[in-house]
Design a protein around this ligand. Structure first.
Ligand SMILES: Cc1ncc(COP(=O)(O)O)c(C=O)c1O
Length: 387
């Protein structure tokens, strides 16, 4: 009997080693890992550069209080602002914490500029923004909020991708719109570029803030932040997961205009700016910001998409739709996603479940074509078995 609170439906398997795209079970069996810690190990397991950065930093200093200047966090924030829309960064530890912080900053912004009535945020149906109370009621997914009332107020939801409904939902109390560029938990549902551009236009027209939750999408879209393919800019952006390649880190990226309202004591986090987290994130940026990295992600992503679509064409009774872009991909299935996943696992491929009877495929961005082919071959074999 486990002493860990039983909040997860776990597979009866445990891994004790990871290397690149592979996980090794206690009995020595090798699995191709397209769970990637749920879109977290973007560079595969135990990437040597990330491991070395954490090791080296751990010998110098692990943690120091935010009462002092932390140069590693300063330089990390500088790299992020140099390479994105943002002018400032707040570091925290997880995706939910970054969403929670973004909600606070949106409210504080309108409070500070004297528009106290603007205190509601519009989210999309099917969204997932994390498990803290405000993040839960922001997304308002009944299966997650059940039993956790009273409801945290200040959030409205509109149907995913319905611009007319969105326009109607905006009123004098609306402060911001929050969206995932691709809904991960929601079933790899992509907001097309014209929708993202439309969101920016609506926000500008109404003088409200645009917040992107890129916790799951970052890097995998072939860009640093998940909305950048659209060419638009955000006011705030939440990130976490892949930024530490498995080491916990989250961040809120924001513009100077919004950042100006946050003063000493407005927000905080003991572990935010932690030195090991900064070391891991610096190491990730060393790799992803190297010349040609994202071009290669996009080239491999196109290949991946083409091969997945071939499977859909070959097995129309199994696969309903191929979703997502580059390395944030998924299938909407016609057969039960749990059955499909169990079969993939028997053939040593690990994938993640999502809403709408989907599975999510998160290969390491450093996967070779051979490794992508290996996973595709296992999916094909599974389709043949279930056909
Ligand atoms: C889009 C999005 N936002 C927020 C979160 C919450 O992140 P965390 O689990 O690190 O709190 C997730 C987690 O899956 C996510 O996908």
């Amino acid at each position: 009997m486990s002493s860990v609170l039983d909040t997860y439906a776990r597979n009866p398997i445990s891994f004790n080693r990871g290397e690149g795209s592979y996980l090794y079970a206690e009995n020595g069996e090798k699995y191709l890992d397209w769970v990637a810690g749920i879109a977290t190990n973007i560079l595969g397991h135990c990437h040597p550069h990330v491991v070395k950065a954490i090791q080296d930093q751990s010998k110098k200093l692990i943690h120091v209080s935010n009462a002092f200047i932390i140069k590693e966090a300063e330089s990390l924030a500088k790299r992020l602002t140099d390479n994105t829309f943002a002018d400032k960064v707040f570091f925290c530890n997880s995706g939910a914490e970054s969403v929670e912080g973004a909600i606070k900053i949106v409210r504080k912004y309108f409070h500070t500029i004297g528009k106290l009535e603007k205190n509601r945020i519009i989210a999309m149906s099917g969204a997932f923004h994390g498990r803290t109370l405000a993040a839960l009621f922001l997304a308002n997914n009944k299966s997650h909020t059940e039993g956790f009332g009273p409801k945290v107020d200040g959030f409205d939801q509109v149907a995913f991708g319905d611009h007319e409904a969105l326009k109607k939902a905006i009123n004098k109390n609306t402060a911001a719109i929050i969206a995932e560029p691709i809904q991960g938990e929601g079933g790899i549902k992509t907001l097309p570029d014209y929708c993202l551009k439309g969101l920016r236009e609506i926000c500008d027209e109404h003088g409200i803030l645009l917040v992107f939750d890129c916790v799951q999408t970052s890097f995998r879209t072939g860009t640093l932040l998940g909305f950048e393919n659209s060419g638009i800019s955000a006011d705030l952006c939440c990130v976490a997961k892949g930024f530490g390649n498995g080491f916990p880190i989250g961040a809120i990226l924001l513009t100077n205009e919004v950042a100006k309202v946050m003063k000493h004591g407005s927000h905080g986090s003991t572990f935010g700016n932690n030195l090991l987290a900064c070391a891991a994130a610096h190491a990730v940026l060393d790799i992803v910001l190297a010349k040609g990295f994202f071009e290669e992600v996009k080239t491999k992503g196109e290949y991946f998409d083409k091969e997945l679509k071939k499977l859909k064409d070959e097995f129309p009774k199994i696969i309903e739709e191929v979703r997502g872009i580059n390395f944030i991909k998924g299938f909407k299935l016609k057969v039960d996603n749990n059955d499909f996943m169990s079969k993939l696992m028997k053939h040593k491929l690990l994938v993640v479940k999502a809403s709408e009877n989907c599975i999510r495929l998160f290969p390491s961005l450093l996967s070779t074509i051979d490794e992508l082919d290996m996973g595709i071959k296992i999916i094909k074999k599974t389709c043949e078995e279930m056909n």
